[in-house]
Design a protein around this ligand. Structure first.
Ligand code: HEC
Length: 210
């Protein structure tokens, strides 16, 4: 009798133990006291349930239209993506007055990543893409061409932001200050030809947090 009870007890124990270990994939299991985990207070960054009043059922409010995140005003580019916008950029889009630093380090680094495939390391329009698909090439030969020498920086900034014909927008990969650094680097290539700086560019790029 005692033996039988022991066996029943033991198998019950095994059953209990194993039921807790059953793998349930992404199932989070039971919550015994949800109001201890989820605040009843209205907390904008804490989304436990769908809220009836706010858009998309968010517990957070959407920012007022036209809001600019703190410190991000440089990301607002006012010129329209049109021919008129491009022409106006020539005079209305100017580099920040405090000067653009790191042109030959960060600027060159970004240029080498994003521009050389087409325009080539020294801006001679001899990158791999232009070599393979010559029909993509612009009419001007390279940055040493008078066209680029005389091209207003604002127009280059505009082209980097929106793209132009076969050149795509680079706004998603170059934040505004980097766009200016690259614009200045293009002008440097245009006036001097190749710029050789020690290859500290990677280190500089990595220490930039922007
Ligand atoms: C996919 C190839 C490609 C890449 C990558 C590319 N470009 Fe271009 N770029 C072009 C073509 C094509 C044009 C000619 C556009 C036109 O006027 O039709 C051009 C035009 C330009 C011009 C003249 C702009 C103007 O306003 O007329 C500049 C300056 C320039 N590119 C710089 C850059 C820089 C800097 C980068 C890297 C951030 C870059 N490009 C990346 C293909 C490319």
């Amino acid at each position: 009798m005692m033996n039988k009870l022991n066996i029943i007890g033991a198998s019950l124990a095994v059953l209990f133990a194993s039921s807790g270990c059953v793998s349930r994939g992404n199932d989070t299991g039971y919550e015994y006291a949800p109001d201890m985990y989820y605040s009843k207070g209205y907390e904008p960054y804490n989304q436990a349930d769908s809220f009836a009043v706010n858009p998309y059922g968010m517990s957070m409010r959407v920012p007022v239209a036209g809001s600019i995140a703190l410190g991000k005003s440089a990301f607002i580019y006012p010129m329209a993506n049109t021919g008129e916008g491009y022409e106006a950029a020539a005079t209305q889009v100017v580099a920040p007055p405090e000067g653009i630093d790191l042109v030959e380090t960060r600027g060159k680094y970004m240029y080498n990543i994003y521009c050389t495939a087409c325009h080539g390391l020294e801006g001679n329009n001899d990158g791999k893409v232009f070599q393979k698909v010559a029909s993509l090439k612009p009419a001007w030969k390279g940055y040493s061409d008078d066209y680029i020498k005389n091209l207003e920086e604002g127009k280059i900034y505009h082209t980097l932001t929106y793209g132009k014909n076969n050149m795509g927008s680079h706004a998603s990969v170059l934040e505004p200050m980097d766009r200016w650094r690259v614009v200045k680097y293009v002008k440097l290539l245009s006036s001097k030809g190749a710029v050789s700086t020690a290859d500290t560019t990677l280190a500089v790029a990595n220490t930039m947090s922007n």
